[in-house]
Design a protein around this ligand. Structure first.
Ligand SMILES: [Zn+2]
Length: 347
């Protein structure tokens, strides 16, 4: 059970799993997967979720792709891996609590390493290397709600191609400096573009974010000709690069005053932390004109807990339209809001 066979019959779906490590009691650590084989073999799209075990929305996105796709109407192959990090998933945790390693920092993995390093090794070698491209579904951690968006990372001389994250059809693309061992960095370096796609918050299944995730995946497949249909992509997609975390200055309960996805002006009130112990209040204000990427959704905070995640427009820019003929161009809520508020984004 350690080989992933893509050569199944044309127009069929199949489920399987591979074994990648052994636990204390001899039980195996497995990676479950499915294959949907369309009328042609290529391209091969890898869809995976739960590299962090508590990030659930992507699991349901992948379930729905499996149920929804008619293989006779698919060009190419889909490999779906709904849960990559099964020990962390079992523990309802971000990481495997026993080895404590972050799976998204140890790619391409280690064949003789710890459980997490072995999962990375098998996932990278048995799945990622078979793919033409992929979408790696994530959410924010517990209490860290993220508006749907792709994250691209640069490292040293590695810069990802923007067309892949743009094909999801979100209003903005998040760019930051990555770290060694991240899936999108390590796969990108060997020429396999994997788009990290953030949808919502860990620990719950949320229909709004599941639908946004599914829409992104479908847009991507339409854009690259795997399924019929016209992808819906905003005419003006914005690339943002200046990411900031704002922390609470006191402990207590945090009351947000904005939502993830809002455009806000400099000094605008973003939220208040109130201490039920001292009565003290701390007002969190926008450091600049910015876009709210994420907001704390679990109210109990300590001094230093991040409560707002934002990106300024300063280092951002509106990307030139995608060079593709049939796109359903939507207007961008973000761009409209910035114009209404008199905020300029470089074109
Ligand atoms: Zn994650």
């Amino acid at each position: 059970m350690s080989e992933v066979n893509l050569n199944i019959e044309t127009g069929t779906k199949q489920r399987g799993f591979i074994q990648c490590a052994e636990l204390e009691d001899g039980s195996p650590v497995i990676i479950p997967y499915f294959i949907v084989r369309g009328v042609s073999k290529k391209p091969v799209l890898l869809l995976n979720a739960a590299i962090h075990g508590e990030e659930l929305n992507g699991i349901e996105v992948i379930n729905r792709v499996f149920e929804k796709i008619n293989p006779m109407e698919l060009h190419g192959t889909i490999i779906g891996v709904p849960v990559v990090n099964t020990p962390a998933f079992r523990a309802r945790n971000r990481l495997d609590p026993i080895d404590g390693k972050n799976l998204n920092r140890v790619f391409p993995g280690e064949k003789n390493g710890t459980t997490t390093e072995r999962i990375a090794y098998y996932f990278f070698n048995k799945f990622v290397k078979k793919a033409t491209f992929g979408i790696d579904l994530h959410t924010g951690s517990k209490g860290h709600l993220l508006v749907p968006h792709p994250r691209i990372r640069t490292l040293d001389d590695f810069t990802p191609v923007l067309e892949y994250p743009r094909a999801l059809g979100t209003e903005f693309i998040f760019q930051s400096k990555g770290e060694k061992g991240m899936l999108n960095i390590e796969a990108g370096k060997i020429g396999i573009p994997i788009v990290c796609f953030e949808i919502g918050v860990a620990g719950i299944l949320d229909e709004y974010y599941i639908k946004a995730g599914l829409k992104g995946v479908m847009n991507f497949m339409k854009y690259f000709g795997m399924i019929k249909g016209i992808p819906e992509i905003p005419k003006q997609q914005v690339l943002l690069k200046d990411y900031q975390e704002i922390v609470s200055q006191i402990g207590g309960l945090f009351y947000p005053r904005v939502k993830a996805g809002d455009v806000v002006k400099k000094n605008q009130l973003l939220g208040v932390t109130k201490s039920p112990f001292t009565g003290e209040k701390h007002y969190v204000r926008a450091p600049d004109d910015c876009y709210i990427v994420g907001i704390r959704s679990q109210p109990v905070v300590r001094q230093g807990t991040a409560v707002v995640w934002l990106m300024t427009f300063e280092k951002g820019n509106i990307l030139p339209p995608l060079r593709k003929n049939d796109l359903k161009n939507l207007s961008s809520k973000m761009v409209t809001q910035t114009r209404e508020k008199g905020i300029k984004i470089t074109e």
